[in-house]
Design a protein around this ligand. Structure first.
Ligand code: C5P
Length: 228
């Protein structure tokens, strides 16, 4: 029989970018293909989990056997994540836009001789931090991502503390790596070990392999916990 180490577990995953409207035809967004998050959803499903994938706009087809909720903006993503709780494991791989436009235009903004339209930005909710800090419905294992172009490990360690999650998957997305939109990823798994922070650096892998490896770590942690 196929091993299904996550049978009976509910895994909630975010993936892709968010689009924050400027007006009906324009938006601001982060670069994200959604490939890594979709690969994690497929790997968790293959491991026997019930998977809910909340995805921003991507050009990928829904993974088989996964419940996919499609959203556009960060606020919609948070809403769908909250509506999908409770979960045993939450993995936040989405590249959420940090800001949205406060003065969203109801009509397409026009070029005028008066100069550029001023864009006022306001901060979006931080989905990872919001869910990590829940007191009642916090998933027992919350995993965030840290895409950085410099000071990868240090930034990821401080993110772990600031966001209040359990693990961070840190990846180098500087342009030379080709990670953005590409099929490969070099990641470091950063986790709390007692009062220490452990850094586990993985070799270069495809995003599918990263997903399988991450799901294997999740399965191990879930099994270890249930033995205690
Ligand atoms: O702060 P930064 O965006 O680098 O943090 C990355 C992690 O936080 C990722 O796991 C991302 O999915 C999550 N995040 C989020 N909501 C935001 C911003 C980031 O869930 N508004």
């Amino acid at each position: 029989p196929v091993p299904r180490p996550l049978a009976g577990k509910r895994v909630l995953i975010t993936a892709g970018p968010t689009h924050e409207p400027i007006d009906p035809v324009r938006y601001i967004a982060n670069r994200s293909s959604g490939k890594q998050g979709f690969a994690i959803a497929a790997a968790a499903q293959a491991a026997g989990a019930e998977v809910i994938l909340v995805s921003g706009p991507v050009e990928l087809s829904d993974p088989q056997g996964v419940t996919v909720k499609h959203v556009e903006s960060a606020r919609q993503m948070l809403e769908q994540v909250q509506a999908s709780l409770p979960a045993d494991i939450a993995i936040f791989a989405a590249a959420v836009a940090d800001w949205r436009v406060a003065n969203e235009g109801e009509q397409k903004l026009k070029k005028t001789s008066a100069g550029m339209p001023p864009l006022q930005l306001v901060e979006n909710p931080d989905i990872l931090a919001t869910i990590s800090k829940l007191t009642d419905q916090r998933p027992p294992l919350v995993i965030g991502f840290a895409a950085e172009t410099e000071h990868l490990i240090d930034n990821a360690k401080s993110k772990l503390a600031r966001k209040g999650c359990d693990w961070i998957v840190a990846n180098d997305v500087s342009p030379a790596t080709g990670v953005m939109g590409g099929d490969r990823n070099t990641v470091h798994l950063i986790s709390r070990k007692d009062s220490e922070i452990a850094v586990d650096s993985w070799p270069v892998m495809t995003k599918e392999q990263v997903a399988i490896e991450l799901v294997a770590h999740v399965a191990k942690s879930v099994t270890d916990k249930s033995v205690d």
